[in-house]
Design a protein around this ligand. Structure first.
Ligand code: SF4
Ligand code: SF4
Length: 170
């Protein structure tokens, strides 16, 4: 049993070697698997894939999402974070946010201004709900928004990992 577990862990770790290249090469396959997946089985399996991914991937060693992309700051996020920072909401918006082409508030520039040098989030307990939910690997958003999932699989190893598990177990 012990040997079996260590072999499995080795195999799954091997999945992450050169993952960016593999993800680039398998985008078509990911698109197919997202379109064809048996939803009931997938939703049942997703929590285990998600947990397994984050047992092996340390976000503090990565921070690719916070370095390169912005979450949406919804009204409730803005109220909560401005309060935490003891700023008026208008001042918080002026200091940190801009409206994007979809009319959503996003950070003025990346990396996110709340990302600290050790890759921790300076407003972790009050971070936007998009940040708390990202990368959606335990949510049906993963299959309901395939374009988003494909994009995320190009920079988030956890999304890549979960897609590979879906392929291996379909
Ligand atoms: S890109 Fe994915 S693995 Fe990297 S920090 Fe963000 S959620 Fe974690
Ligand atoms: S608010 Fe925190 S978790 Fe969200 S992008 Fe910025 S640093 Fe990352």
């Amino acid at each position: 049993m012990l040997m079996k577990i260590s072999r499995l862990q080795k195999m799954d770790k091997a999945l992450l070697v050169n993952w960016e290249k593999k993800s680039r090469e398998r985008q078509k396959l990911y698109k197919q698997v997202l379109a064809q997946s048996a939803k009931a089985k997938l939703y049942n399996d997703l929590p285990a894939y998600h947990e397994e991914a984050f047992e092996q991937i340390d976000c503090l060693q990565c921070a690719a999402c916070c370095k390169n992309y912005s979450p949406r700051f919804k009204t409730t996020d803005i109220k909560r974070i401005a309060k935490k920072l003891r700023l008026k909401e208008s001042v918080f918006i002026d200091n940190y946010l801009r409206l994007d082409e979809d009319g959503d508030y996003v950070v003025k520039s990346t990396p996110c201004p709340f990302l600290e040098s050790d890759h921790r989030c300076g407003i972790y307990d009050d971070r936007p709900s998009d940040c708390a939910r990202f990368p959606y690997t335990d949510e049906d958003v993963l299959v309901k928004r395939p374009q988003l999932t494909l994009k995320n699989s190009s920079f988030c190893p956890a999304v890549y990992y979960v897609l590979e598990k879906m392929i291996a177990n379909k």
